[in-house]
Structure formats: structure tokens, C-alpha cells
Design a protein around this ligand. Structure first.
Ligand code: CTP
Length: 443
């Protein structure tokens, strides 16, 4: 009996897949089809697969062409499968020519002609969402590249007051028109302007029925933040706060393990985020330390301990008091039975770590914790310590765009950041701006 094996994602099963499976089947007597697991696809850079693994397996099964279906979960599994199942022929479409020659050592490798004119990517892009980017910061270059990796989203324009920090490839996308006119040409916007503009820009976008992903803080008062979420709800639009850390796999695992009681009852969450002032951005007094780092540092605090803190103590070191530019801010939160602290700096450097202390042990995330790919759960008995590593692709930015695209497709906000957390962040910004109950130190 000649055993044949083939692998694929088989998203939105189309006639190209069916042709391939038929031809693969004809190569032998028994066909094994390996369907890729969701997280394996993400790791190999295939994002926004529309269907779940279960649906994709069922679709392959329904063709009646596979004698056996297996799941492909890890790099190097092909060799293991070939040996395990006694495979004679490995086959895939001609888009992979050369890529699997290394398997010739274990079985025969055949590249079958690919069917022209159809692919899952094209099927998914039929309804691609047109995204407009608003802002002029240098990190837009990175966001643009990450967005381009996400199927179902296409950046069609950029609205910027200045283009001096943009890479050449972004320039043809820059539109010289009013913000209102710019909104007409897009389905959704990613807003990366300074926080004081967010409220008006989001309001106008939502009023026109556009979905919004906005850099944190969404707004700088709690009330305006609440108003924007209500407006989005009434208009059927997605409003999502952008904090890339929230979409890191490792960060989400540590949240989950903490909530499952892995370190016992959480007693303290302490996060530090700092950076020095970029020469390029020098004189840019909007991204002070609280705006630039506060939302990220507050994220684990509110996501673990919730928004109902009893009081907070804010200590600010201004670099320029008139411009409300803090170089360093330390906030302590007091909860029922727990405390938290954040330390943020712009122009001041410190160890950017996250520590979550509990009654059984603690979570330790080394600097820079906001790009979490590794963390440890540590105990009194260090032989019980556990280490966790998850690859962080694109700093979490692409996963954030995937959540945004999925939220729009599902017409339901599946953001990793709740509206309640966004409002808590806005409230801290509001008190900071009003200089409400803050103490100062001389820098
Ligand atoms: N395939 C094919 N003809 C097509 C599309 C896919 O022969 N028009 C083959 C691929 O070469 C592969 C298998 O079908 O051997 C599964 O491919 P998969 O990557 O799941 O499908 P694509 O449509 O290529 O998906 P995507 O656009 O997401 O890459």
C-alpha cells in the first residue's frame, strides 16, 4: 500500500484545495491530510485564518478524499509523521517547490501543480477592511508594516500633519485633505495622534460609522471615554484601545495563571516602564511619561486587581511643569486586601520589570516586561520555579490588528482590554491633568 501525506491550512476550503487533494489521493492508496493548528499558523506568520481548526478539519473530512486526518502542531513534525505513519510520498502544491526537498531523505517528495486563480487569502480579502492611519509619529512605520501582515485589513490612506518621520513607502498613501474627507474613504481608522486630539477624532469617526483603534489613552477624561464607548455601541462600531502588550501571548498566559491561583491570592502588582527621550522627539511635550507609559503600566494593575481601588497616591516629578510634562510619576493604588504601584519615566531610566506578589509565590517578568515573551513563577522552594516562554511576534501589534479585524467581522468587540479598564486609565489621566490630589518632587 502506497501511503501519501499532505499538509495545509485549508481555510475556506476551495476548489484549489479539492484539486490538490484529488491529485494527492491519485498518487497512492491511502491519503493522510495534516491540517495546521491555529497557533502553529500564527507562529509561522499566517494570521487571520478565518475558520477554526475544528471547522477546517470538518471541511477536509467532508470532501471524502482523506483516509486519515491529523493535526500539525509543531515545527519538524513532518519528519516525525513520515516515520510514524510509514509514509511513501509527501506532496504539496507547486507554490512550495524546493521548500520540502529535505524530506527526500525520508520519502519521495512530489510538488503538484497549483490551481491558478484561487487562494484562501484572496477569498478572505474579498471583503478587506479599508484602514486609514491618523498621526505622524515614527512608530507608524512599524504599525503600517504589521497591519500589512494581517489578512482582511488594507491600509488605504494616511492622514498626517507632517511626514518627516515616515519611511518612503508610506508617502504615496498620505492624503492631503481634511480629516472629515479622509474618513469618507475608509471603513476604519487607527488613531496614533497625541491624546488631546483623540476625543474629537474618535467622535467624528464613529459619527460617520467608522471603526476605531486608538492608541492609549483613548481619551483624557473618564466621562468622555464613557461617552465614546456609548456612541460606538449605538452606532454599531468597534472602539478599541491600543496597548500592544495586551496582545502578547506570554502576557495573557501570565494573567490566566495568576487568575487561576498559581501564586495564591494576589497582594501586590508592581510595574515599571521607562524610556529616555528620543532626540528625534525632543521638544515633543505631549508624550510625557504618564501618556507614553502610564496605560501600559496600569494594564496589569487593572486587569488583575480590577478598577475599584479605594484610593491612589500620585507623586509627580515634572521636567516642565507649565507644559504638564512629567519625567517621572509614581502612583500607588490601595485596594481591599491588595496594593499596586506603577512607576513611569520619560527621560529617566529604571529597571522595566513587572512583579506580581501572591500568598504562594510571585510572577516575575524581566525588563522590558511590556514586550513579554518570557516570565517565571517563583516560589519559596526554588526547585518548584516554572519558566514560560512564548514567541512574541511583532511586539503584539499584529495580534492587536487581528483582534480589531475579527471584532469588525464579528460585529462584537473582542478586544483584550475592557471598556472598564479604558475608563480607569482615562480617570488616572484626568486626575493627573487636573493635578487632582497629586504631590510633586523636584527633579
Ligand atoms: N493549493 C493549490 N491550489 C490553490 C491553493 C492551494 O494546489 N489554488 C494547495 C497548496 O499548494 C497546499 C494546499 O493546497 O498544498 C493547502 O494550501 P493552503 O495554504 O491551505 O491554501 P492557500 O489557498 O494557498 O492559502 P493561503 O492563501 O492562506 O496561503
Amino acid at each position: 500500500m502506497v501511503k501519501v501525506i499532505t499538509y495545509g491550512t485549508f481555510d475556506l476550503l476551495h476548489f484549489g484545495h479539492i484539486n490538490l487533494l484529488k491529485k494527492a489521493k491519485e498518487l497512492g492508496d491511502y491519503l493522510i491530510v495534516g491540517v495546521t493548528a491555529d497557533d502553529f499558523d500564527v507562529r509561522r506568520g499566517k494570521l487571520s485564518v478565518s475558520q477554526t481548526l475544528v471547522d477546517r478539519v470538518q471541511a477536509v473530512k467532508a470532501t471524502g478524499l482523506a483516509d486519515e486526518i491529523i493535526i500539525e502542531e509543531y515545527e519538524g513534525q513532518k519528519i516525525d509523521d513520515i516515520k510514524k505513519y510509514g509514509v511513501d510520498i509527501f506532496t504539496v502544491g507547486s507554490d512550495w517547490v524546493g521548500k520540502f526537498d529535505y524530506l527526500n531523505e525520508f520519502c519521495k517528495v512530489i510538488y503538484l501543480p497549483r490551481t491558478d486563480g484561487i487562494s484562501s487569502t484572496e477569498e478572505r480579502n474579498v471583503n478587506s477592511i479599508k484602514v486609514g492611519i491618523v498621526g505622524e509619529a515614527s512608530y507608524i512605520n512599524k504599525y503600517y508594516k504589521e497591519c500589512a501582515l494581517v489578512n482582511g485589513l488594507t491600509v488605504t490612506g494616511i492622514h498626517a500633519k507632517s511626514t518627516s518621520k515616515f519611511d518612503k513607502e508610506l508617502l504615496p498613501l498620505v492624503k492631503n485633505c481634511s480629516y472629515e474627507a479622509f474618513l469618507e474613504g475608509v471603513d476604519a481608522v487607527y488613531i496614533a495622534t497625541q491624546p488631546r486630539y483623540h476625543y474629537e477624532q474618535i467622535k467624528l469617526a464613529i459619527a460617520k460609522g467608522k471603526h476605531v483603534l486608538c492608541e492609549s489613552p483613548i481619551s483624557i477624561t473618564k466621562q468622555s471615554c464613557e461617552e465614546l464607548f456609548e456612541l460606538a455601541k449605538s452606532k454599531g462600531c468597534v472602539l478599541m484601545e491600543s496597548i500592544k502588550t495586551a496582545h502578547s501571548v506570554a502576557y495573557n498566559r501570565l494573567l490566566l495563571l495568576t487568575k487561576m491561583g498559581e501564586i495564591g491570592k494576589v497582594v501586590s502588582v508592581d510595574a515599571t516602564c521607562t524610556s529616555l527621550i528620543n532626540i528625534e522627539d525632543h521638544g515633543d511635550y505631549d508624550w510625557n511619561s504618564l501618556y507614553e507609559w502610564g496605560p501600559t503600566a496600569m494594564l496589569p494593575v487593572f486587569q488583575i486587581l480590577g478598577s475599584n481601588y479605594k484610593s491612589k497616591n500620585v507623586i509627580v516629578g515634572y521636567l516642565d511643569k507649565e507644559k504638564n510634562f512629567d519625567g517621572f510619576t509614581k502612583i500607588s493604588f490601595l485596594y481591599d486586601g491588595a496594593v499596586a504601584s506603577i512607576k513611569v519615566g520619560k527621560g529617566i531610566k529604571s529597571e522595566g520589570e513587572l512583579v506580581i506578589s501572591g500568598t504562594k509565590g510571585y510572577v516575575y517578568v524581566p525588563a522590558p516586561w511590556w514586550k513579554t515573551d518570557y516570565f517565571e513563577i517563583r516560589y519559596e522552594d526554588s526547585t518548584k520555579n516554572k519558566r514560560f516562554f512564548y514567541q512574541l511576534e511583532g511586539e503584539g501589534i499584529r495580534h492587536q490588528f487581528v483582534s480589531f479585524a475579527k471584532s469588525i467581522a464579528l460585529n462584537r468587540n473582542i478586544s483584550y482590554i475592557s471598556a472598564e479598564t479604558s475608563m480607569s486609565i482615562a480617570k488616572v489621566c484626568e486626575d493627573f491633568n487636573d493635578k487632582n490630589g497629586i504631590e510633586t518632587i523636584e527633579l
